[in-house]
Ligand binder design. Sequence first.
Ligand code: BGC
Length: 383
Amino acid sequence: MELNRRTVIAGAAAAGLAATTLGGTAEAATGGRAPSKKLFGRLADGTKIYRWSLANGATRLKVLSYGGIVQSLEIPDRHGRYRNVSLGFDTIEEYVAKSPYFGALIGRYGNRIANGQFTLDGKSYQLSVNDGVNSLHGGVKGFDKRVWDIEPFTKGSDVGLCLYRTSLDGEMGYPGTLKVKVTYTLTRHGDWRIDYEATTDKATVVNLTSHVYWNLAGEGSGSIYDHELKIAASRYTPVDPGLIPTGELAGVAGTPFDFRKARTIGRDIRVADQQLLHGKGFDHNWVLDKGITGRPEWIATLKDRAFGRTLKMATTEPGLQFYSGNFLDGTLVGTGGHIYRQGDALCLETQHFPDSPNHASFPSTVLRPGQTYRSTTIHSFSA
Ligand code: BGC
C-alpha cells in the first residue's frame, strides 16, 4: 500500500480496525478540538519546529513536529484536576541536546540490537551504535531526532494528526527506503490511539514504538514507586549485562517480574535479583500472553492510587518493555520546573522483542517489499 501523505485517513479506518475503547473517563466528554499549531522553536539549521495542540474527551495532547514527541498529555484526576502526566522539556534546544527519548516516536527499531549487527537473507548489516557496543532505539539519529510532516484531521468524533517521514535506504545502517505513517488519534472518550504503518522497497527490519514517560500523579511530582501496575504476561525475556535478551523466555511466577496481579512498582524493585541488577530496576520486555493480535487487546493497567488517574493499554504487539526510569539521574529539569530523578516516571513501550533480528525463535520483525507493517496501541484514561 502506498503511503500517500496527501491522503488523510483516520487511523482506525486506515488500519481497518474497529474502534476499541477500554473504559473512557468519568468526565463528561468535552468534544474534540480541531488540532492547531504554533511555532515551538527552531533547529540550529533554522528548521521550524511546531507544537500541535489537540483535545478530545477529557484528554489534552501537545505534539512536536520534532520526533513526533508528546510534549504534554493532560488528564484529570478523580476530582477533575488536570495534570500533565508525561515528562518533557519546555524548549527544542533541550530536546535536541539531552532528551532520553521523552515522549518520542522510536524507530527504526525499538530497543537494542546486539552489537548493532544482524544478517538478513544472507547479507550482514552494521547499524549505528549508540549504547556501548549496541544499537538502541534506531541509532545515533533515530526517528526521535527527525522532523516529521504533520497533517491534522477531524473525522466524525475523532481528532488527530498524521505524521509522515521517509527514511532513506541506508539511514543508520538499515536497508531499504522506509515510508512511515504514524497516526495519533484522540477519540471522543479521550483515548489516545497510535496506528503505525510502514512499507519498504528492500527487505529490512522494523519495530516502532512510543517512548512516553508516565507519571500519573503529574510530571515532576516524585517517584512512580507507589503506582500500581498490572501486565498480562506470564513470561519475560531475561537480559545479559548489556540488556540484550539471552533468548530465554522465563516464567514470572515467584519473581519480582510477576505483575499478573496488580502490585506497586516499588514493592520488589529493591529485591537482590540479578535481572534487576542488570537493569538497575525494571528494564525488560514482557512476553504478552495474548501474543500478536489483529486487533488491539488489553495488556496492562497503570494506576496512581492517590489521585486515581488510570491508564489502560491495548495493543496488537506481542511485547511490552517496562522501563522504570532507572537512568533518570537528577540532571534534567522538566516542563514543570522540577528535577527528574531515578524512578520519577516509567515507560510502557509496546513492541516486538528487543534484538529479534538475532533470535530466530522470537516473532519476526522482518518487513519485505509488498508488505505493510502495521501496529496499533490504545491508551485509555480514567479516574
Ligand atoms: C530502554 C532503556 C533505556 C531507555 C532510554 C528504554 O526503552 O529500555 O534501557 O535506557 O529507553 O531512555
